[in-house]
Design a protein around this ligand. Structure first.
Ligand SMILES: Cc1cc2nc3c(=O)[nH]c(=O)nc-3n(C[C@H](O)[C@H](O)[C@H](O)COP(=O)(O)O)c2cc1C
Length: 168
């Protein structure tokens, strides 16, 4: 089991990373990230998802053109599109795939691989580029790569007192 204090410190240390070294991520590390995603929980354990590993530089550049706040993706050696299969879990595919993304980001961080969510993009155009159809929900494209430069300072979080309520 993981030490709880260390785990909390690990969670606090993770940052979204948008600058990457021009260095290939070996297949065994990509597999570990995918494996972490595969072990995410899902409603009724339906696992309504598919992961697309994108290494093609031209496709990454095309995605970045269709992104509103995602120029970082063209600098990444690799990205993983997390796709929800809508008809496999119609009420929960968003939650299920979101949990996948967190597992992948945390696994990557243990490998010194930084990730960043791409949420703001022209989804329909990117879906077309990836050959996705009507039953496919494109949650995000997680760019990833070894961290270039310094890890950015912690992004702020709301105080716990401001968000915590208790029912006694
Ligand atoms: C649903 C969602 C969508 C996001 N979309 C983008 C995006 O389009 N481009 C980007 O650079 N970062 C994106 N992010 C990353 C957030 O900006 C980042 O997680 C947030 O500022 C907190 O910083 P941290 O991840 O370093 O703690 C997204 C994150 C989430 C959870």
């Amino acid at each position: 089991m993981i030490n709880p204090e260390e785990f909390l410190a690990f969670l606090k240390e993770r940052r979204s990373i948008r600058s990457y070294l021009d260095k290939v991520i070996p297949d065994n590390e990509v597999e570990m990230i995918l494996e972490a995603g595969r072990w995410a929980p899902s409603a009724s354990n339906k696992q309504p998802w598919e992961f697309i590993v994108i290494k093609n530089k031209e496709i990454l550049r095309e995605i970045s053109k269709k992104a509103f706040y995602g120029k970082h993706i063209k600098r990444a050696p690799l990205a993983i599109a997390i796709v929800g299969k809508i008809n496999e879990n119609p009420n929960y595919y968003v939650q299920d795939t979101s949990l996948v993304s967190m597992n992948m980001m945390l696994m990557a961080w243990t490998l010194n691989i930084g990730t960043c969510w791409l949420g703001s993009m022209d989804r329909e155009k990117v879906k077309k580029l990836l050959g996705l159809g009507r039953n496919d929900f494109l949650l995000t494209i997680l760019s990833m790569g070894y961290i270039k430069g310094k890890i950015p300072k912690p992004s702020l979080r709301k105080d716990l007192d401001a968000i915590k309520k208790e029912i006694k």
